[in-house]
Design a protein around this ligand. Structure first.
Ligand code: ADP
Ligand code: ZN
Ligand code: MG
Length: 472
């Protein structure tokens, strides 16, 4: 290892299929769940000669929405271009895309500066896994595909992964794409370079075939490491501009092809599609006002209104159902202390239980809030709260009735607890001696004895105070 420091640079290109009713340039159904091949097709998306594309305004609107959300500039003039290349999944001989006039320019997401967001059509799907021949499924051909490009301003794998997650969250919040990486609805491509000089870019390598968020992080880390190793070995001339694939089994990247240049595509404006004026098509101010609450706005609001842990906030922002549940609970509880308690029980207990057992269901916010209120009022200790939580997830019923019936109401009566504590002390003279000799952790042994004696209903904090007194 030399002492040279290497500066990694990453720029992302992310494609996302828009979840519109119909395809980008024809009225075929846009259905990523369709399993039968070639059913959502027509002469337009099958590239029959003489057919004319008609742009899907909803898809354009969705890209504008994303652009407004990230604070990008919405172009006034925009157009579609032909990106020419040959491949069986693109039978027109070109893909309709955008080149000089993307719908969105600039903007920022998760602290990363964006270059552009444009709209294009997805290709058909080639199946090469059937033996000696390949098949082409046109269900995906012509599905609206949004492409986001970031500036080369990311410098570590973790940030690249976080960015991709945040982008998907934004798409889901706006309701414009499902963004499922495993299904290929969202495809993340990494551009990575390494340089010993922070002011000079190194040769960039593109990494594709990334099927999950964790693979985004792992592929970036692997590629950075691979290139640094080449530098360290004095073999940096082996870093060439190329496309590499991520192999999830081998957990590594491999060379796919040396990179073509964008001028090989001979882009030119598609003469069959009218150019469009976005500022005339949409009321941008109105659209901006009507955007839903965005993930980062929600984070700020949760922080300000509830003062809960960032980790908890993230659970609510990522899982809208859980977030809505928590908000309803907060409305019922009202006070900040109970809300913090509620958040702990939601994220560490309820979520865990629900994940373990499919038969369990979220209770009503009223039921849950009542349970938390009992805990906050010291009517239930944490053991009792957890036990009742498990019961109300199995069947939504009144926590107070359960507590009474099962004898779980917290024992706060000092006299009774003192008696139980005295009993534990008297029964264990040896442990008392050890405790007095300095082994203070044995206090918890006595707490345990009292909890047992009271069938778990004792107020543990009160028991500790009493025991400390008795053992002085
Ligand atoms: P190309 O013409 O090869 O497609 P672009 O300039 O359009 O290259 O950039 C494509 C992506 O690569 C962008 O996300 C950009 O941020 C990123 N990128 C460009 N140069 C570098 C570099 N030296 N290192 C890492 N990423 C880069
Ligand atoms: Zn069609
Ligand atoms: Mg490019």
């Amino acid at each position: 290892m030399s002492d040279t420091k290497y500066y990694p640079t990453i720029g992302l290109e992310i494609h996302a299929e828009l979840s519109t009713e119909t395809k980008m340039f024809c009225s075929c159904k846009n259905d990523s769940d369709e399993e039968r091949p070639n059913v959502n097709t027509c002469p337009v998306c099958m590239a029959h000669p003489g057919t004319l594309p008609v742009p899907n305004e909803k898809a354009i609107e969705n890209v504008v929405k994303v652009g407004l959300a990230v604070g990008g500039e919405i172009a006034n003039f925009s157009e579609f271009d032909r990106k020419n290349y040959f491949y069986p999944d693109i039978p027109k001989g070109y893909q309709i895309s955008q080149y000089k006039y993307p719908i969105v320019s600039g903007g920022e997401l998760a602290g990363v500066k964006l270059t552009r967001i444009h709209l294009e059509e997805d290709t058909a799907n080639s199946k090469h896994d059937r033996g000696n021949f390949s098949l082409v499924d046109f269900n995906r051909a012509g599905v609206p595909l949004m492409e986001l490009v970031t500036e080369p301003v990311i410098h570590d794998a973790e940030t690249a992964m976080k960015f991709a997650k945040e982008f998907r969250l934004l798409l889901q919040t706006l309701g414009v794409s499902h963004g499922n990486l495993e299904k290929g609805e969202m495809r993340v491509e990494l551009n990575i370079s390494i340089s010993p000089d922070p002011n000079v870019f190194g040769t960039k390598v593109e990494v594709k075939n990334i099927g999950s968020f964790s693979a985004v992080g792992k592929a970036a880390a692997f590629e950075i490491e691979r290139m640094i190793d080449l530098y360290e070995a004095g073999r940096q001339d082996e870093i060439v501009q190329e496309t590499r694939g991520w192999d999830d089994v081998k957990q590594g990247t491999y060379s796919q092809r040396k990179k073509e240049n964008s001028n090989d595509y001979r882009y030119f404006p598609d003469p069959d599609i009218p150019k469009f004026q976005l500022h005339d098509m949409f009321n941008l101010d109105e659209m901006k006002k009507n955007l839903p609450e965005l993930p980062w706005q929600k984070r700020d609001r949760y922080k300000k209104d509830y003062g809960i842990k960032d980790e908890d906030i993230e659970s609510y922002v990522v899982d809208q159902t859980l977030g809505n549940f928590f908000e309803s609970v907060c409305k019922i509880l009202g006070n900040p202390e109970s809300i913090k308690i509620a958040s702990n029980y939601v994220t560490s207990d309820m979520v865990g239980l629900l994940a373990k057992d499919e038969a369990l269901k979220m209770p009503s916010p009223e039921t849950f809030a009542k349970l938390i209120a009992m805990n906050a009022d010291a009517k239930l200790n944490s053991r009792g709260t957890k036990d009742i939580l498990a019961m109300i997830l199995a069947a939504d019923s009144d926590p107070e009735a359960i507590a009474n019936e099962k004898g779980l109401i917290q024992q706060n009566d000092e006299g009774a607890l003192r008696a139980a504590a005295q009993k534990a002390v008297d029964a264990n003279p040896n442990v008392v001696a050890e405790y007095k000799a300095g082994k203070e952790s044995l206090l918890m042994f006595f707490v345990g004895q009292v909890m047992k004696e009271t069938k778990g209903s004792a107020n543990p904090a009160l028991v500790q105070t009493i025991l400390k007194e008795l053992l002085k």
